[in-house]
Write a new protein. Structure first.
Length: 284
């Protein structure tokens, strides 16, 4: 028997893919991986003392708790709001839909400092919204509530833009079929619409949460920056740098990096589990 000719290597449609991919990976490594590696190594150059001091710093622990807690709460608040906006843009004829669609992306283009100044002006003690709320006993500016409000503002587009393509691809016939089978609106939402949206909701939550952890410009103007009350972790890093405490600053940054990586890993695992369960359900 004659030996079979070797199958020709599959050619990529993109010319120069290997060279372009190598250059891209090199650029990403220099731009992302190398700084992260330097941040992971720098706190240990002076021994374990700076890291141990940072772990026992109550001010740093309070700032980390505030940053991660506010980011998580803001991302949770954005889930129903983002779902409502994405549904209105894809399934209804919302008046001024194009204007609303453009406004959703405004936090991407607006400088974060402008966002912080605007929110502090609106929700300040004498602001248009802050003054009526103050009469009701609700303080927004210079409190953790103001921090959560700023993080919700910058994180909302991530949830909307993550849910929007999923809703566009979700056939409306599913709702009609459920209605014909006698399902109520609550049953349609909980058993027909929400299961396919759960992976996208987890992804949108993860993106909004990640943005909120490291947000700085839109928060410092409305936070008040009071230690143990309204001081966020990124601001504490800046304060340590201004004090020429580089070991302390990099220690706080490393702890933030590690905590953010673990949080995003948990969210990613949850998203994969939801996607796998959805695929299993469809296969069944």
């Amino acid at each position: 028997m004659w030996p079979r000719p070797r199958a020709r290597a599959r050619r990529d449609a993109l010319p120069g893919l290997r060279l372009a991919l190598g250059a891209t990976l090199l650029w990403v490594g220099l731009l992302v991986a190398l700084p992260l590696l330097a941040l992971a190594i720098r706190p240990w150059q002076d021994g374990a003392a700076p890291m141990l001091a940072a772990l026992h710093d109550r001010r740093m622990l309070a700032a980390l708790e505030l940053s991660f807690g506010s980011a998580a709460l803001a991302a949770l608040v954005n889930l129903p709001l983002g779902l409502l906006l994405a549904w209105s843009l894809t399934r209804t004829r919302l008046p001024g839909r194009r204007a609303v669609d453009a406004l959703i992306d405004l936090p991407f283009a607006l400088p974060t400092a402008v966002t912080g100044i605007t929110l502090a002006t609106l929700y300040g003690p004498h602001g248009w919204l802050g003054a009526p709320l103050a009469k009701l006993g609700i303080r927004v500016a210079f409190t953790p509530l103001g921090i959560m409000l700023a993080l919700a503002f910058v994180g909302l587009p991530f949830v909307v833009r993550t849910l929007e393509p999923v809703l566009r691809d979700l056939p409306s016939e599913l709702e009609d079929a459920a209605t014909m089978l006698g399902a109520h609106r609550r049953q349609i939402v909980t058993r027909v619409l929400l299961p396919p949206l759960l992976p996208a909701l987890a992804t949108g939550f993860g993106l909004a949460f990640a943005r909120g952890i490291g947000e700085y410009g839109s928060v410092i103007f409305i936070a008040g920056n009071q230690p143990f009350h309204s001081e966020i972790a990124p601001l504490l890093v800046v304060i340590r740098l201004q004090e020429f405490d580089y070991a302390g600053a990099t220690s706080v940054g490393f702890i933030m990096l590690l905590a953010a990586f673990l949080s995003l890993a948990v969210i990613s695992a949850l998203r994969r589990r939801l996607s796998r369960g959805l695929g299993g359900g469809e296969a069944a």
